[in-house]
Structure formats: structure tokens, C-alpha cells
Write a protein of this length. Structure first.
Length: 278
């Protein structure tokens, strides 16, 4: 591909209290990595799947690279960023610039990871995109130099049975403008499915709809109570919906069902983004 993007790497959920978010997502029946500390002033817990993951992220200290995150958290918690995977951030950066996307210069950073009682640095290179390039979130490209330190088998076993990120719901009133913007970044054509538009990024499908359509599909109370474009819901693939339903019940969560049987947890229960288990 021109932009050298192979799919979704991870979704960033911004939270104000990382310990509280960790407790919430553990009650969901998810295994979280130990707390990690980034060299750019953030800390996190990750929820690892086969080829992608969800990152719970909080800002410890202001940093130019994370200024958007600090601004977002001043208003709300929730899904605030999409990281797309690339095996060559510099080549991807050049491709985006050639396509007219004014991507920032690549930035390297790291976080220590404990392996067998010793700490090693998980290293990354990211290319951030201007917010207007992907309405509703801050997107960036992520190249992993040490994936073996991030995707460890013991972190990928979840009582809830989640195996990956199936999709992300982008909610925007100007649906056509939003899907066109993402399509330019991903260098892939959109398809229409009823009232929705879709873009495929590896194993993840981005769906685009206005708030009315999204609320009809997921439930009136499921979406975050925020204005403007946003990442309204994460769709997580589970091995068995009924097993997942029982785990969520034991965790004390209220769920609804979509017309096709998917389980939905409203954004107010899980730090600002609806979770849909498909």
C-alpha cells in the first residue's frame, strides 16, 4: 500500500484514574499487563489479543507528543486514538506526505517491560497525524521494534474469551467527510452497508454512521455523551457470547443485546466508550 499501513495495531482509551480503569477492565474478565511507564510522560495497562490490543492510558506529566491526550481528558474519558500498524514508519511517513497528509515526523520512545525478573525496553516508532485527518480521534502509525516484549502468550488469555478487535464505530454527523478522510489515510476504498460506510484495516472494520443510526443499532444509552465526531464503540470478537454474558453478569455489568445477538455495555460503565462483544 502507498501508506504502508497493514491494519489496526491498537485502540487507546484515555482515562483519568488508571488504577480505577484497571479494576473496571479486570472485572470484565480481561487480563491486563502490568503498569507500564512511557518515556513521554504517560503510563498504561494493555489488554493483548492475537494481533492487536486495547491500551488504557493516562497522562502523568505533560509532553508535546501527548498534548492532544491532555486536552481530551480535560473534557472526558474515552476512546481517543487509533494506532495503525506499520513495519516501516519512515516509509509510511513519506507515503502519507506524498498523498497530502501532513503527518508529523517519526518519534521514537520506549517503556520498560519486566521479563523473567529483568527489565527490558519495549521500543516503538510512531508517526502522528493531524486530528483533522481522522475526525473523532488522534490517529498515528506505530512500528514495533520489540513485539516479543508486548505480545506475550500469558497476557493473551482472557476469561471473557476476547480474541481481537473486530471493529470500531466512528460516529459523526458529517459521515461522508469522515469516511473520506480515513480512506485517504488508509489508502483503501470505502463500501456502503445500509446507512453505514465501512473501511477495512487488516482484521478490523471501521464503520461510520451518524449518532441516530448508531444509537438505533447499539441502544440509546450505549454511546458516550459527547458532542462532535468520536470513536463511539469498540467491537471485540469473543469465542462464545453466552460464556461472555455470564462473565459480564458476574462482574456486575448491565448488558443489552443488539438485533443480531451481540452484547453491548454502555460507555458510562467502562470509562467512556461502548463495548460490543460480537
Amino acid at each position: 500500500m502507498r501508506t504502508n499501513i497493514s491494519g489496526l495495531d491498537h485502540v487507546v482509551i484515555l482515562v483519568r484514574d488508571l488504577a480505577a480503569a484497571q479494576a473496571t477492565y479486570a472485572r470484565l474478565g480481561l487480563t491486563l499487563t502490568p503498569r507500564g511507564f512511557h518515556s513521554i510522560g504517560t503510563h498504561n495497562h494493555c489488554i493483548m489479543f492475537g494481533s492487536d490490543y486495547v491500551e488504557l492510558l493516562a497522562v502523568r506529566e505533560p509532553h508535546p507528543v501527548t498534548a492532544y491526550f491532555s486536552k481530551f481528558l480535560a473534557g472526558a474519558e474515552g476512546a481517543a486514538a487509533l494506532a495503525f500498524s506499520t513495519d516501516d514508519a519512515r516509509t509510511a511517513h513519506a507515503g502519507l506526505r506524498a498523498a497530502g497528509v501532513m503527518a508529523d515526523e517519526p518519534v521514537d520512545f520506549s517503556r520498560p517491560v519486566e521479563v523473567d525478573g529483568k527489565f527490558r525496553d519495549a521500543r516503538f516508532r510512531v508517526v502522528q497525524l493531524p486530528v483533522n485527518e481522522t475526525p473523532g480521534c488522534r490517529s498515528f502509525l506505530c512500528q514495533h521494534f520489540t513485539p516479543e516484549l508486548v505480545w506475550r502468550p500469558d497476557y493473551q488469555q482472557h476469561a471473557l474469551g476476547v480474541v481481537g478487535v473486530a471493529g470500531v464505530s466512528v460516529v459523526a454527523e458529517e459521515v461522508g467527510a469522515a469516511v473520506s478522510a480515513y480512506a485517504r489515510v488508509l489508502d483503501t476504498p470505502p463500501t456502503q452497508a445500509g446507512a453505514d460506510w465501512r473501511l477495512v484495516a487488516g482484521d478490523c472494520t471501521l464503520s461510520f454512521s451518524d449518532r441516530t443510526a448508531a444509537a438505533q443499532r447499539l441502544g440509546a444509552l450505549a454511546l458516550p455523551r459527547r458532542e462532535g465526531p468520536m470513536l463511539g464503540a469498540l467491537h471485540l470478537r469473543v469465542r462464545d457470547r453466552e460464556v461472555a454474558a455470564e462473565v459480564l453478569r458476574r462482574g456486575g455489568f448491565t448488558t443489552e443485546r443488539t438485533v443480531d445477538g451481540a452484547l453491548v455495555i454502555g460507555a458510562s460503565q467502562v470509562h467512556g466508550v461502548a463495548l460490543v462483544f460480537v
